[in-house]
Ligand binder design. Structure first.
Ligand SMILES: [Zn+2]
Length: 226
């Protein structure tokens, strides 16, 4: 049936490459300016509880299963108030949309929705993760930078519907400075020296909405730089 397994020998260079990639990723994850390009695990999520809704639904907290917790989240009985990352970075949540904007993972186990925090707009994933030590399933949450226009996704919900993502939301501080200078026409083309470079924010096409970086280009001589 179907596919044959492929075996091949991995050379030393490939292994070195792979290790280099891991190092680069670890470095990017350790940098507050670049880490949100990756999934950043949340260590803690603090919730506000709507007691009236809970009473009306006859719910007693805490609930016994992740499915039940997910239901309460979507019903607005519990609403995340604060995210704490593994490195202790804290987010105050400004707006949270519980409705899924997508699913991923094995058996679509990861629910994705959106959260606006004081550090930007994020895609928020959550799933029952297996803890090998305790053999239990904690509710694991992670965030990742989100830059797609939230208009369609936020639908009827309040303030964010009118929120337009700003370049400073999606670029690192350094990229934003470069972008600002380019907008002001302060970056002459290093190749033809004739006109200032234009700047454009580039998106990754495979992973919708994921930021790729900042492109600087010259519309005269074709110079480009990422
Ligand atoms: Zn040029």
């Amino acid at each position: 049936m179907g596919k044959e397994l492929e075996f091949r020998t991995i050379g030393k260079e490939e292994i070195a490459d792979f290790i280099r990639q891991l190092d680069e990723m670890a470095e990017a994850m350790a940098n507050p300016e670049t880490k949100y390009k990756f999934q950043v695990k949340l260590k803690e999520v603090e919730f506000d509880v709507d007691r009236e809704k809970a009473d009306a639904l006859g719910v007693t907290l805490p609930v016994g299963s992740i499915d039940e917790a997910e239901r309460l989240l979507q019903e607005g009985v519990i609403t995340p108030k604060t995210f704490v990352e593994q490195d202790e970075t804290v987010h105050e949540i400004i707006e949270f949309q519980p409705e899924p904007v997508g699913y991923s993972g094995f058996d679509n186990c990861v629910v994705h929705s959106l959260a606006q925090t004081d550090r930007g707009l994020f895609e928020l994933g959550r799933y029952p993760a297996m803890d090998l030590e305790t053999q239990t399933k904690p509710w694991q949450w992670f965030i990742r930078r989100k830059i797609r226009q939230p208009k369609d996704q936020w639908g009827m919900t309040s303030g964010l519907e009118r929120y337009t993502i700003q370049p400073e939301d999606v670029l690192t501080d350094r990229e934003y400075q470069v972008w600002q200078r380019a907008q002001a026409g302060e970056l002459p083309c290093p190749q033809c020296l004739d006109i200032p470079l234009s700047a454009k924010i580039i998106f990754d096409e495979d992973e919708e909405g994921q930021i790729e970086g900042l492109l600087l280009y010259c519309s005269k001589c074709g110079f480009r730089e990422y």
